[in-house]
Design a binder for this molecule. Sequence first.
Ligand code: HEM
Length: 471
Amino acid sequence: MTATTTPEELASPLIGQAPPSPAGPARDGIDHLRRPPEIPLSPTRQTLRFSVRQIEFVFGARRRLGEVFRMRTRVVEGGTVVTSHPDHVKSLFTADPAQAPSLTGESPLRPIVGPNSTLTALGERHMRQRKLLLPSFHGEAVARYTTMIEDAAAREINRWPVGEPFALAPRMQAITLDVIMAGIFGIEGRPEPGTPEYRLRQVIRQLVLLSTLPIAQVAELLNAGSDEAVGPTKIALGYLDRATYAVVRKRRAAADLEERTDILSLLLQATDEDGTPMTDHELRDELLTLVLAGHETTANSLAWTFERLVRTPDAYDRLRAAVRDDDEREAVIEATIHEGMRSRPVIPVIGRRVTVPWQLGEYGIEADTPVLMSILLVHHREDVYPDPFAFRPERFLHRKPGTYEWIPFGGGIRRCLGATLAMAEQRVVLEAVARHTDLVADDPAPERAVHRNVTMIPSRGARVIVRARHA
Ligand code: HEM
């Protein structure tokens, strides 16, 4: 089977366009515009449904109320508006940041990573942190990791049992955790037992495992809206903080600090404009953000793509043929990742708070309203992606995804800082697994999506069986 795009495919409506919809700051006010329709459920029920069954909840609301609606939860006073139109997304991504600051500072992550990290900070501080980190995540910096990612993937694949079902997500996480530990702490391969880095890796793995337990959902709800972690999250964070500070202390004292290129060493040497270095607390927030934002997301994105592939034989066969064909390899791998991230975006929703009255299509939104962009709903628009529930990588073959139609990494000045690294990891791992294993689903039924912290992950961790392994 050839992977070159056929004239029929190029002409076929695999990708379409949404009809234009005016959006942006409402200079003439919003009195002449209607308010978005509301979900007719109590705030408590909406909070629970959004936390536990976000997919059914948002698809149901869009079916009944249209592409813009208001939900009321117990967490956000006054309600939140949800949209899924690319023009509305564009208006928020390209807005003056003072008029549409990110909502990540108010997210369930804030009690964990604190208010000072690139993810949670706003305004000047955010731009400063982002500028500091950007060079470490550029194409050239990421290219340095390719061999390391290949080695981590090969090591991992060789350990997989043949003929027995197992969950891919934790296996992918072992790879992405190695990659992120290398990038951030400069540790190549697995750290030596007994070192602070080893302890930190262990604590992170345990915490991630713990966060799959049902108690974690309760902890998440308990923490929502609060400034500091409470309950089980607080106890767990105590372990993590001790392990992180031990690594920071060790590195601060390292004789070769100035020659090192890992992110921790760069941050340790960075100062703000009046020459003040980052405090240990600020460092901890930044490091934790990168570790948490950077490995579970990528691992689950890969797990989802395989969950889809093993249930879509055409797409899987095409990928496996392409990894052996130099002409088609890159294009098919890229298209498969794009379609995986479209159909199962690991982060299903992102938000901005409009600080001035805003227009979203026919609706007017009051100043100081949180607006969520449902990535999941944008990615399942029938007009943009015909047959949106089908997994069809050929949609993206030799086509770049639209900036405001394909938004798994968000956008604008808050676009995911690790997107280049995440794409590189996915390319390398997808290819290695497609080349070296024959996978089948352990059960033909698709896995449900469940929510963990801010992510949407496969309910059984993307369980597969390796039928054969190839050298
Ligand atoms: C497939 C994997 C990943 C996905 C789906 C993902 C998704 C996202 C999304 C949706 C945002 C919010 C964007 C917005 O509000 O517009 C974000 C922000 C961020 N991500 Fe990722 N991410 C991934 C991997 C990574 C990696 C590997 C790292 C770092 C090592 C990382 C670090 C960050 C940081 C620091 C931010 C905050 C950026 C800012 O606010 O300026 N992410 N990511």
